[in-house]
Ligand binder design. Structure first.
Ligand code: AMP
Length: 144
């Protein structure tokens, strides 16, 4: 998918926003949704999206929506830090398939890094156990 690709309202995050498919939610407002990544690269890997900005990537988003989104990224990253006590936190955002983007609704990754554990590969492997994701999400929610 190129950087100029048209937004597809049937992408998987649009379906999550419409509650057509399940997700393990961490934080939700009228504008923002944060939820657990189902193929986590580490314990606590989660995603933050804007629910009304139906845009494919960073270049298409309205500045006000981007501001709301990045404020939410900071809020959720802080809760990941306080709830899970990782050694570091990576915040990532990919634009276009060659850069690694696989879902074409703008999103930020929050990926906790633990010194003694290797990060998993991006968007690969089997899906995580939902119960385990719920347990981790509970810790993050408690720190919001
Ligand atoms: P990107 O490759 O930057 O577009 O990131 C998309 C992310 O969405 C990847 O880390 C995937 O593991 C994740 N993902 C794909 N499908 C789902 C889903 N149904 N629920 C939660 N995360 C998902």
């Amino acid at each position: 998918m190129s950087l100029e690709a048209q937004y597809d309202p049937e992408n998987i995050f649009a379906k999550i926003i419409r509650d057509e498919i399940p997700s393990v939610k961490i934080h939700e407002t009228d504008a923002i949704l944060a939820f657990m990544d189902v193929f986590p690269q580490s314990e606590g890997h989660c995603l933050v999206i804007h629910k009304q900005a139906m845009v494919t990537n960073l270049f298409d988003v309205d500045d006000n929506d981007l501001a709301a989104l990045t404020v939410a990224v900071k809020k959720v990253a802080r809760a990941v830090r306080d709830g899970l006590a990782p050694d570091g936190i990576r915040v990532a955002q990919f634009n276009g398939a060659p850069a690694g983007q696989t879902v074409y609704h703008l999103h930020f990754h929050i990926i906790p890094v633990y010194e003694e554990r290797n990060l998993g590969a991006h968007a690969s492997g089997g899906p995580a156990d939902t119960e385990q994701l719920e347990k981790t999400a509970t810790k993050i929610r408690a720190a919001l």
